[in-house]
Design a protein around this ligand. Sequence first.
Ligand SMILES: Cc1ncc(COP(=O)(O)O)c(C=O)c1O
Length: 358
Amino acid sequence: MKLTAKQLVRAEIAAISAYPVHDAAGCIKLDAMENPWPLPLALRRELADTLAEVAINRYPDPHGDGLKDQIKRVFSIPAEAEVLLGNGSDELITLIAQALARPGAKLLALEPSFVMYKLNALFSGLDYVGVPLKPDFTLDLPAALAAIAEQQPAVVFVSYPNNPTGPRFGRDEVEAICDAAPGLVVIDEAYQAFSSDSCMDLAGRLPNVIVMRTLSKLGLAGIRLGYAAGAADWIAELDKIRPPYNVNVLTQATARFALRHIEVFNQQAERLRAERRRVDDALRGIAALDVFPSEANFITVRAPDADALHQHLKERRILIKKLHGSHPLLDNCLRFTIGAPQENDALLDALHSYFAKP
Ligand SMILES: Cc1ncc(COP(=O)(O)O)c(C=O)c1O
């Protein structure tokens, strides 16, 4: 008799569900922090011509060297740092967790934060340590430093700014964590395009720091490209477990094309920052909502009844992220991705109609 999949997989994997992605057909999609705008038509045509020349019968450049050099230039990565490319930064998180999963090794993250940190601890068999943020989602630095001293984690993940809450921690706080950590600190700057600060200057300068970013939030979520910058010895170890051709030829060619037109993406990010200010002002005008300050392309709020408001928006075909239920500190919280102006208007109209109800 054959054993079933459920019998064979590890109990902790059998116990969880796959990452939920909702059907977005016909909806205003404000749930996944995507850039709402496609490339201008002329650039899309040029990109099509570029991609037509790509040798899809060949394996990709295994190291993506040309692309790495371009990334270093465009994103001002310090000369001392080496770069590793991932199939999204999701893959980089996986590689880091896999590399560090010695028996008893610990992965520490602030909570609530990006769910993939904890999930990758589970997948790779690292012990997970979560340090709660303060109720206003600022960092509880004494608690973080105490946990680091006590738990001696192999790796600490810091989302800077933090998803799913929005605030960016203090630069001095992150530096204190880098100083105190006995192992690696990964500063995840997925939302850097919308933030007032970056720690990229630490990459290659502090021996135990990797700064990780993604092109997803900038407007290229579909191509799946993340990069990590850090000291050469860390990047060399991680490179050993990277699947040899993890960044495919179409992604490499699209990224190289996109980076030659980085000003288009930077302008879009600037427009999203302006929209974030407008949406933030409007949300603060709704007395029933608690609005958390955001340095990312989303705004998280606390509502009187997150389930009911989520349902109201769903009925209006507006997809947002219900955070309520995922962590005690996220009680009644919802996360709104900043979209195009008319999408944000639709969200604000739906919120006004909900809160105008007697
Ligand atoms: C903090 C953070 N890091 C990493 C990622 C993963 O990005 P990607 O795999 O698209 O590069 C996300 C996605 O939402 C995120 O919020």
